[in-house]
Write a protein that binds this ligand. Sequence first.
Ligand SMILES: C[S@@+](CC[C@H](N)C(=O)[O-])C[C@H]1O[C@@H](n2cnc3c(N)ncnc32)[C@H](O)[C@@H]1O
Length: 339
Amino acid sequence: MNAKSNAAEAVRAQVGHQPKSSSPVDRYSFMTGSQHVAGLIQGDSAASLRQLPSDIFNVAVTSPPYYWVRDYGYEGQLGHEESVEAYIEKLMGVFDEVKRTLHPEGMFFLNIGDTYYSGNGQPHGSDPKCSSRNFLRIKVRPVDVSGWDIPKKSMIGIPWKVAFAMQERGWTLRSSIIWNRCNAFVEPTARDRPHRQYEFVFMFTKSRFYSFDRSMLVEEDVWNIPIERNRRAKHNAAFPSELVRRCIEVGSPVGGHVLDPFVGSGTTIFTALAHDRNVVGIDMSADYVDYIQSALEADGHQATSWPYLQKRLKQPSAVWSSWVGNKENFRKPGKAKVK
Ligand SMILES: C[S@@+](CC[C@H](N)C(=O)[O-])C[C@H]1O[C@@H](n2cnc3c(N)ncnc32)[C@H](O)[C@@H]1O
């Protein structure tokens, strides 16, 4: 147990905190020492997002469950649909709500990985050290069943199928960033192809004209960021805080508002707070939400009311109008400001 979870345990002991699973309350809000707010909702993403006002978040960043890659161990989890089409339809239900809650000039960074179609009728052997992948060794998934209209052993191409579906729903796809996971593990079962080292981070915007702080961009469209090996809340699919930091710093001013509809172990929440942004995270796993809640308490963040959190999210950052990323402040070389 690391120092942080020790601290969380200590907080639970002090305040008699009950794990989320035994509580009827499904949303939490916190006020940080530096006057930022953090909201946490335990529930299905699409339904939970409907509780939030429209047009408020400067930037959303998330990594949804990939198609039949992990088992988070509860009913209602996304990623276990019978077909790729049903999976994409479910994701679109969530991302339509992300779009509604995004500020008109907001952007959405979507990290998403692919799945192979095995079609061999057998459960697909996978990493024996990773408990959330154990089902791969015992369960015949839809991608293991023969009869698809692509050859066996094919990459399905899910990230691009999702990106095209997003375009059809009106999102503007502005960049397909390659996240080079420089220290990615080898894939033990991939003996006849290169191991996968990169994933996509698609950058979508709600409109053609949006806010973007180019000065905060550290690399162009290949981001070299190692995977973090220290796992919070035993989550096997956390993305690195450096990836989140880059997204929120180009997409929001200090004091701006950040959303993650599949927040998992809380990377987006902790990174946003560490960089002076307000944030809302959603996850259906009671265990992850419980972990994040305890960690925020252990960090000394005070509980506040949900109406207060909503009120704060409806107010733009105090530096919004002077922020260099605000599109009103863009200047094309030799031209007047973009209107
Ligand atoms: C890839 S993980 C996100 C990891 C996160 N980026 C992090 O750094 O820890 C996907 C998350 O989606 C959650 N999830 C799955 N189905 C969901 C649903 N229907 N609604 C909300 N969350 C869901 C899982 O519990 C899991 O934590």
